[in-house]
Design a protein around this ligand. Structure first.
Ligand SMILES: NC(=O)c1ccc[n+]([C@@H]2O[C@H](COP(=O)([O-])OP(=O)(O)OC[C@H]3O[C@@H](n4cnc5c(N)ncnc54)[C@H](OP(=O)(O)O)[C@@H]3O)[C@@H](O)[C@H]2O)c1
Length: 173
């Protein structure tokens, strides 16, 4: 585990088998979960892998977008996103931004794997039913559930905090 970055969090939705994606997309449509995603991330910075960026069709309104890619991006996107060709340059840039700014790692799996070791918290929407998919991720062991943010028929959304840190402050809802 790395030293946690207090203003870095991940947000993920997954089924009981850890399925998070299918053919490059989300395998489900949960409007309430999308609203929560929006309310948490709006006004902040999202960190996204190129495949997820492609699947959502570009950057999201009202949020700064930091994109991990080793490729040249089409000119239409170059003004709306900040591009990082490697993890280290992205990690070095986080402290250059005021700490009030939250960073949200929004996936996909390649990016969760590399960045959750630095996250202070993970917001996880746990779907109750299994879905068909081809992309899976498992919650890391070093986080514990500390709060339920939403409980609905199809899912529960938990806040997980890294075991080795004290409370890092409430997520604005
Ligand atoms: N359920 C959820 O909450 C959730 C959330 C997000 C995504 N998803 C799903 O996850 C799937 C996509 O995940 P994925 O793992 O295939 O792809 P991804 O993590 O979205 O993107 C992977 C790409 O990011 C770039 N990248 C990753 N690490 C990098 C690094 N250290 N330096 C530079 N570039 C780096 C590379 O882009 P280049 O190839 O351009 O170099 C790589 O091919 C989709 O099905 C999506 O729907 C689910």
């Amino acid at each position: 585990m790395q030293r946690p970055i207090p203003n870095l969090r991940a947000i993920v939705a997954m089924d009981p088998a850890g399925t998070v994606g299918s053919c490059g997309r989300l395998p489900w449509h949960l409007p309430e979960d999308l609203r929560l995603f929006r309310s948490l991330t709006i006004g902040h910075t999202i960190i996204v892998g190129r495949r997820t960026f492609d699947s959502i069709g570009g950057s999201l309104p009202g949020r700064d977008c930091w994109l991990l890619t080793r490729r040249e991006l089409p000119a239409e996107f170059q003004n709306s996103v900040r591009i990082f060709p490697d993890l280290n340059s992205l990690l070095l840039s986080i402290p250059t931004v005021p700490v009030e700014r939250q960073f949200w790692v929004i996936g996909g799996v390649e990016v969760y794997r590399q960045l959750t070791p630095y996250c202070a918290e993970i917001i996880q929407t746990a779907l109750r039913k299994r879905h068909i998919g081809d992309t899976r991720w498992q919650m890391p062991n070093d986080f514990s559930r500390c709060e339920i943010l939403l409980r609905r028929e199809e899912f529960i959304t938990y806040r997980w905090r890294r075991n080795d840190i004290a409370e890092v402050g409430a997520v604005p809802l």
